[in-house]
Design a protein around this ligand. Structure first.
Ligand code: FES
Ligand code: FES
Length: 205
């Protein structure tokens, strides 16, 4: 029996008519017309349908739509904005660093598994900024690539981790410079105020 269900996807509220046990993947693809999550096995075993639910990777083929009510779903389409919000960036980048790294390393062959690979790697790099190869292998273990592009995926995730680390260092340096500039401006204002007070005292004598 279809119900009216409200879900938040990519920071936008949607109301869908759906049976509560409908797989989230069907709602994303058919009702919201989102093409990022892909139907692969339909059994929760390949990862091609992955999305983030409150920042945690979930298989949308095995997640009933009613289970995400009151939660925040992020698909591949919303990943750059999700990243920008996490890192407090003033501008949303065109791509998440993992997406960019996958392109830079020319990892994809048919590309079918890449939705899940990118979603999972993004989740990993949120929790572990500098993962080892072993940590990447463990995290990505449940994501299958029938083209066998695993070595290139590993390289791309390491590349994204490095770029994210560099961006974070730049952001920290910029915040430090801003704080120092604010401090200097405050000191200048205090000195000027003292000077004005001193010249008022001189005039009144
Ligand atoms: S389609 Fe969902 S895990 Fe394979
Ligand atoms: S690139 Fe073809 S399934 Fe992964």
């Amino acid at each position: 029996m279809p119900n009216e269900i409200k879900i938040r996807v990519n920071e936008r509220m949607w109301t869908v008519e759906s049976a509560p046990d409908t797989p989230l993947l069907y709602v994303l693809a058919n009702d919201l017309n989102l093409q990022g999550p892909r139907f692969g096995c339909g059994l929760g075993q390949c990862g091609s349908c992955s999305v983030l639910v409150n920042g945690v990777e979930a298989r949308s083929c095995r997640t009933p739509v009613s289970a995400v009510e009151g939660k925040s779903v992020t698909t591949l389409e919303g990943l750059p904005a999700w990243y920008a919000a996490q890192k407090k960036l003033s501008v949303v980048p065109e791509m998440h660093p993992v997406q960019q790294a996958m392109i830079d390393e020319q990892t994809a062959q048919c590309g079918y598994c890449y939705n899940g690979m990118i979603i999972k790697a993004s989740e990993l790099l949120t929790k572990t900024l500098k993962p080892t190869d072993a940590q990447i292998r463990t995290a990505m273990n449940g994501h299958l690539c029938r083209c066998g592009t695993y070595p290139r995926i590993l390289k791309a995730v390491q590349r994204a981790a490095q770029k994210m680390g560099e961006a974070q260092a730049r952001q920290r340096a910029a915040s430090r410079r801003e704080a120092q500039a604010r401090q200097r401006a405050a000191s200048r204002r205090e000195a000027q105020a003292r000077q004005r007070a001193a010249s008022r005292e001189v005039k009144s004598e």
